[in-house]
Design a protein around this ligand. Structure first.
Ligand code: PGA
Length: 251
């Protein structure tokens, strides 16, 4: 049984005041929600304040990135331990904006996955193909490589803490969502790949969430698909009404 996981990625939006306000509205608006996990990823400077608002609620806190070293002279970076100390449970790793704007490659992302697990954070490994890779018929090879390298040396015992987010790069922030069928096909391929790397039981249990222009009007169709276990929502998570409706998807 894979429990639905709905997460919001605030990216570099909102400040302390507007972030705290949104967090309060989400806590109030989701009190009656049952049978699903909810998580939000505010920017680093907002984490402590948002953590205070979320304390005692069912909404969990995640960070948008981290560095793999434990500590040191790494200006501008944050370690797993720092994120744990402000109550983060999850961390997004390998988001397409990290890959494409900040040139993170699969090897670096793998080091971060290993460091997150070692530090007690649950990694959400984000993968997905560019439009030209899809059009060239390379979606599966790109995704396979992202999974194979991203999970190098990851122990099977850690898989209950790992989530994969499939986010086709051409669907992020563009208003173009993959159809539920397209997304489900790639999710099914991800599940088969993880079964090959580990085992069928691990891949059957692993949650694979979809991201890329998820909105109140497409969440129900996405969540109805067998292999879509949740959503990673950017723009649609920045307004309380929109994100609460996404959290309360019906399928
Ligand atoms: P979007 O972003 O919902 O704004 O497309 C999703 C993401 O980048 O995680």
């Amino acid at each position: 049984m894979r429990y639905p996981f709905i997460s919001g990625n605030w990216k570099m939006f909102l400040n302390k005041t507007s972030g705290v306000e949104l967090a309060k509205a989400l806590v109030n608006g989701t009190k009656d929600v049952k049978d699903r996990d909810i998580m939000i990823c505010p920017g680093f400077p907002l984490l402590s304040d948002v953590a205070e608002i979320l304390a005692g609620s069912q909404i969990q806190l995640g960070a948008q990135n981290m560095y793999y070293e434990k500590e040191g002279a790494f200006t501008g970076e944050a370690s797993a331990e720092m994120l744990m100390s402000v109550s983060c449970s999850y961390v997004l790793l390998g988001h397409s904006e990290r890959r494409h704007i900040f040139h993170e490659n699969n090897e670096l992302i793998n080091k971060k996955v290993l460091a997150a697990l070692q530090g007690g954070l649950k990694p959400i490994l984000c993968i997905g193909e560019l439009l030209e890779e899809r059009e060239a018929g390379n979606t599966e090879s790109v995704v396979r490589e992202q999974l194979t390298t991203g999970f190098t040396d990851v122990n099977a015992a850690h898989f209950s803490d790992i989530i994969v987010a499939y986010e086709p790069v051409w669907a992020i922030g563009t208003g173009k969502t993959a159809t539920p069928e397209d997304a489900d096909n790639v999710h099914s391929f991800i599940r088969k790949t993880v079964a090959g790397l580990y085992s069928k039981s691990i891949s059957d249990e692993m949650r694979i969430i979809y991201g890329g222009s998820v909105k109140p009007d497409n969440i129900d169709g996405l969540m109805a698909k067998e292999n879509i276990d949740g959503a990673l929502v950017g723009g649609g998570s920045l307004k309380q009404d929109s994100f609460i409706r996404i959290i309360k998807f019906e399928s």
